[in-house]
Design a protein around this ligand. Structure first.
Ligand code: PGA
Length: 253
């Protein structure tokens, strides 16, 4: 069975002390984590090593970076490479979050390069996709998301996509308090799985964890995660509050 995942995206929030306190509270909580469930904390670069060390010996909880650069190494001041992340023991990285696409002009082509460099370095991408409000209102979200997947992932092999992680995040639901209904989430996530199945076959598509993101909180997590094609969530705001995030984790299927 594919993994059910609660992934936190701290974005550019918290001091190191706050991040450590939050991590400790979550790790010490009464978590219902079996081997089919995974908690991923997407933390800012400067905290990766510290938070990773705090999670040592904690089963089924790992840290992730929120981004990496598309090039191997070189004169790219301020950027962080996939090799650097693997060299400090990081296994996961969020790729193509809508904030990266919007504020840092990350294109589908660039994200294809980022995904490649992740695979070259043994890093597991959490690949984000999702449409803006105008696209949802025009009713073209399915083809829009399909194109994001095609342009950034379809050059990969079936082997690379087995057990892959996709996060569907409608931009209109991110940080807005406006959540997609569980039926809306299920509908597009079924579409995403069907797109992957058409290209790679049902077995690969069934192995992919497809997360929902966009104003997930303790009050709605269980219902959204209860949908058959929603394999957990990528959570921003509510992941910064220990009690909320613990309930979200315990809401996984
Ligand atoms: P949100 O953010 O939960 O605050 O809406 C989700 C995300 O951007 O990953």
């Amino acid at each position: 069975m594919r993994k059910q995942i609660a992934a936190a995206n701290w974005k550019m929030n918290l001091t190191l002390e706050q991040g450590k306190a939050l991590t400790e509270e979550i790790a010490q909580a009464d978590l219902d984590l079996n081997d089919n469930r995974l908690v991923i904390l997407g933390v800012p670069f400067p905290y990766l090593v510290t938070i990773k060390e705090l999670l040592t010996g904690q089963p089924n909880m790992v840290v992730a970076a929120q981004n990496c650069y598309s090039k191997k190494s070189g004169a790219f001041t301020g950027e962080v490479s996939a090799t650097m992340l693997t060299s400090i023991g990081i296994q996961y990285v969020i790729i193509g979050h809508s904030e990266r696409r919007e504020y840092f002009n990350e294109t589908n082509d660039m994200l294809a390069e980022k995904v490649n460099i992740c695979f070259e370095n043994g890093l597991k991408p959490i690949f984000c996709c999702g449409e803006a409000l105008e696209i949802r209102e025009a009713g073209t979200q399915n083809s829009f998301v399909e194109n994001q997947l095609k342009e950034s992932l379809f050059h990969l092999s079936a082997e690379q996509l087995t057990g892959f992680i996709i996060a569907y995040e409608p931009i209109w639901a991110i940080g807005t308090g406006k959540t997609a209904t569980s039926a809306q989430a299920q509908e597009i996530q079924v579409h995403i799985r069907a797109v992957m199945a058409a290209q790679y076959g049902a077995e690969v598509a069934e192995s992919i964890s497809i997360l929902y993101g966009g104003s997930v909180k303790a009050a709605n997590a269980k219902e959204i995660f209860g949908q058959p094609d929603v394999d957990g969530g990528l959570v921003g705001g509510a992941s910064l509050i220990a009690d909320e995030f613990v309930l979200i984790i315990n809401g996984l299927k």
